[in-house]
Design a binder for this molecule. Structure first.
Ligand code: SF4
Length: 291
């Protein structure tokens, strides 16, 4: 049963200059999707629990705090990323229904957003998201790292099946929302086969996404321990190779360059637009001032 908490602020400032947004809003702490590569496990460290996948916290006052922030004369309609360290559409959202409140605040203030999810629960809020996209820039991305649902069940056991994520991307393509497929993280020996990449790019083309984002698995802090133990249990045949590829938290450079060559050729073959530092259609601070 999720624990209800009161947040002190709605938004967290992001210091990573490579991201096209500077603010993050997380309704939940923890995430029941249980992706074994999850980079966000560290985010539970200041809580009384270290069970990121099991102990879910709900920030019940977050829409109210967001409204306080957005109505301030200092707020500059910066892009807000919904769910940087948790999935905003994980199963708890079906009960708590906080995203519709957040989206209504965004519509009221015409604030641009980007959402990345692995759940088709986002379709419940289709009309609100499509409405916001009529006023300002909105980006919806689905993470799809494999087209094989049997592999997905092992690696991301509680996230939506691939077909449902595909239906999300296809549905939003009919609106003014820009869409992206996040084929990340790339998991060596599990999702790095050329056929898998070929299938992913063909799928991206079929969904007519505006960009594809690829990134390698990073094994930092708690993620390293959890993921390597997952490999030992589920894919013991790859364990020794993982230790060779991940001497630190980044993947081996030679491996990385080999995979990038393959990905670049597929991007060219399928004519997938490049992921730029601004993935959202018609997105620039100047344009945002015009809305
Ligand atoms: S959906 Fe994202 S936040 Fe949730 S477990 Fe998976 S990687 Fe972690």
């Amino acid at each position: 049963m999720p624990k209800l908490i009161k947040a002190k602020t709605a938004l967290n400032k992001i210091t990573n200059d490579y991201l096209p947004y500077k603010w993050d809003l997380n309704i939940y702490r923890g995430c029941i999707h249980r992706c074994h590569y999850c980079y966000a496990l560290y985010s539970h460290k200041y809580l009384e629990s270290d069970q990121f996948f099991d102990d879910i916290y709900v920030k019940t006052n977050i829409a109210e705090l967001l409204e306080q922030k957005l109505r301030s004369s200092y707020w500059q309609k910066s892009i807000i990323n919904l769910g940087g360290v948790t999935d905003s559409y994980q199963p708890a959202e079906a009960d708590y229904k906080i995203m519709p409140e957040i989206l209504k605040v965004m519509i009221k203030y015409r604030n641009p957003i980007t959402i990345s999810t692995k759940s088709d629960l986002i379709l419940r809020d289709y009309d609100l998201i499509a409405e916001l996209a009529r006023y300002t820039a909105v980006n919806v991305a689905c993470t799809i790292i494999t087209t094989d649902d049997d592999t997905r069940k092992i690696v991301e056991p509680h996230a939506s099946p691939i077909a449902q994520r595909v239906s999300v991307l296809k549905a939003f393509q009919k609106t003014k929302v820009s869409t992206g497929m996040h084929t990340m993280p790339i998991l060596p020996y599990i999702t790095d086969q050329p056929e898998n990449f070929e299938n992913l790019f063909a799928l991206a083309k079929e969904c007519e996404v505006d960009y594809v984002l690829t990134e390698f698995l990073n094994l930092r802090s708690q993620t390293r321990k959890h993921f390597l133990s997952f490999i030992q249990t589920q894919f013991p045949e790859f364990y020794a190779d993982y230790l060779k590829l991940y001497k630190g938290w980044l993947v081996d450079k030679t491996y990385k360059s080999k995979i990038y060559t393959l990905i670049s050729s597929l991007k060219a073959k399928y004519r997938i637009p490049k992921y730029t530092d601004r993935p959202v259609k018609n997105f620039s601070d100047q344009q945002l001032g015009l809305f």
